[in-house]
Design a protein. Structure first.
Length: 139
């Protein structure tokens, strides 16, 4: 057996047989109409280099949509950023009783780890949740 095959099994980004490490489609925003709805009626906040637009959904699950434009970098860079964001979102511990559809737009390429992205997402979600509650109480 080759040494590269042994080391690939231990690599943190290599696929494993553990089913808890995937990001299911039920937690993703996949349809154009979902993206359009969030852009039009969602509440936004910027936590540089991320712009987050969120809207409560009628589900009790948070769903993620990503937009990583070409100005951020090449395909390899954009895919690495998407993987890091999905990983950060997947490991978030949510305390809100309502689910949110979360659209994340990457504005710049900064060398960040999933933990860095997790902190930014948590900060942004806290701000959006407070804004949404304030907006609903005043209505």
């Amino acid at each position: 057996m080759f040494a590269s095959q042994d080391s690939a099994a231990e690599h943190p980004l290599s696929p494993s047989s553990n089913q808890t490490s995937h990001f299911p489609k039920s937690k993703r925003l996949l349809r154009k109409r979902d993206f359009d709805r969030i852009y039009q009626t969602g509440t936004g906040v910027t936590c540089y280099p991320l712009r987050m637009i969120c809207q409560p959904n009628n589900k009790r699950v948070h769903r993620l949509g990503l937009a990583v434009p070409k100005r951020v970098g090449g395909a390899v860079t954009r895919n690495r950023i998407r993987r890091c964001l999905r990983e950060a979102f997947r490991h978030m511990h949510w305390e809100a009783s309502t689910g949110y559809d979360v659209m994340i737009i990457v504005q710049a390429n900064l060398k960040m780890t999933p933990d860095d992205y997790r902190c930014l997402i948590a900060k942004g979600m806290t701000s959006v949740h407070q804004r949404w509650n304030k907006k609903n109480k005043s209505s």
